[in-house]
Design a protein around this ligand. Structure first.
Ligand SMILES: [Zn+2]
Length: 391
């Protein structure tokens, strides 16, 4: 059993709740002092117990989008040393800021997850998160460096290059997306490379995968598989740790979690640059707090589906509204469509109709090309357009 921060990860519940209360009270003071929007919302609100958090207002993804770019920052921009862009509510842009302390803490939290996955100073860690808008790469680099593992942090250019790195640098840990891990598995099969000839011990997936996918990856890469669960606006990675019993423990010394109407709600207790009070994550969730054999005392979360229709295409968040907005820039504006989402691209299905399409192939081909280029240019995702004939 490996635990990086026993004091915080295994703190007795009573002590943990006292710590959370003190940090929550300090957070309220900081928010009222430094964020105008919070000052107006909070008024004279204060809390005497953790339960009283229910009397405080929520922060919603829509609010974050309204405050873009810096309206939620609690520190002046000159003290923010890292900015990460993210996709917020309905595809609107979002920026997450970090102070120096925030980055240090992020590294410590990611480090907890890596140690729980068995990473030590003797490991070579390949981070192969690929060209995507997933900002978690930085967190893992900070975490792996903290543990003093040897980190290969470059995005692999393509799969064969990634395989060559696995063969020649002999990494023991691979941090990657489920899609990339599955593609590697297939490549090994095609190239007839024995997975045991690699040196991988653990594959840590950047997001949750179902048990079938986990099993395929475990067999295909001959390694144990661990998963991350994060919320990009809050902390991803760093929110929780998957322990050896396969449970996701929240780092509760840093995050206070609630479930409201079946939705995960997170308060960041220590974050400086962009603290969040009762952030509605739009992720369905359940929480349990029974004892876990691993000894960690942090609440266990059981995350479910997205509640806002957000999908991931090539690790880039996509909302249906964005699809309509892209189509609105073309001659297909306002035309009914259906989308199918796969790991790397989407398929947009539209029905042929007279007012829109001529029956000449050339016109249909041109429109297809225009729509596909617009998706790539505006959202950075590959779309394949299929026109179907009316029934
Ligand atoms: Zn556990």
């Amino acid at each position: 059993m490996s635990v990086l921060d026993r004091r915080n990860e295994m703190m007795p519940r009573a002590e943990l709740e006292q710590l959370q209360l003190e940090r929550l009270q300090a957070l309220l003071v900081r928010l009222k002092r430094n964020v105008r929007r919070c000052r107006e919302k909070l008024g004279e609100a204060r809390v005497q117990s953790i339960e009283e958090i229910e009397r405080l207002p929520f922060t919603t993804p829509e609010e974050l989008a309204q405050c873009f770019p810096y309206g939620m920052f609690a520190f002046p921009l000159r003290e923010i040393i890292r900015l990460h862009t993210a996709v917020g509510a309905e595809g609107k842009p979002l920026v997450i800021g970090h102070t120096r302390n925030d980055l240090l803490e992020w590294g410590r939290l990611a480090g907890r997850q890596l140690v729980a996955s068995g990473v030590t100073a003797n490991d070579v860690v390949q981070i192969g998160l690929g060209p995507s808008s997933y900002p978690g790469l930085s967190g893992y680099v900070l975490g792996a460096e903290l543990i003093e593992a040897s980190v290969i942090a470059e995005d692999p250019l393509h799969l064969d290059y990634q395989l060559a790195t696995l063969q020649s640098y002999r990494p023991t840990i691979l941090i990657t997306t489920p899609t990339n891990a599955l593609e590697l598995t297939r490549l090994l099969e095609q190239r007839r490379v024995d997975p045991q000839s690699l040196h991988l011990r653990t594959v840590l997936l950047s997001r949750q995968a179902d048990s079938e996918t986990r099993n395929l990856i475990a067999a295909g890469l001959f390694a144990a598989v661990k998963c991350n669960f994060g919320v990009r606006e809050v902390s991803d990675p760093g929110l929780c740790v998957e322990c050896e019993s396969g449970r996701f423990h929240v780092n509760e010394d840093q995050f206070l979690v609630e479930v409201q109407d079946g939705e995960l709600v997170v308060t960041t207790l220590c974050r400086e640059a962009m603290p969040m009070l009762r952030y509605r994550t739009r992720v369905a969730c359940a929480i349990s707090r029974e004892k876990c054999p691993c000894g960690r005392t942090g609440a266990m979360i059981h995350p479910g589906r997205r509640l806002d229709g957000r999908r991931l295409v090539n690790e880039t968040p996509l909302y249906e509204r964005q699809v309509a907005e892209v189509l609105a820039q073309t001659e297909a504006a306002g035309h009914p469509f259906q989308i199918e989402v796969s790991d790397r691209h989407i398929v947009v299905r539209m029905q042929m109709c007279e007012d829109l399409f001529s029956d000449t192939i050339w016109v249909v081909e041109r429109l297809t090309h225009v729509i596909e280029s617009e998706f790539l240019a505006r959202l950075g995702i590959e779309a394949r357009v299929v026109f179907t004939s009316p029934r």
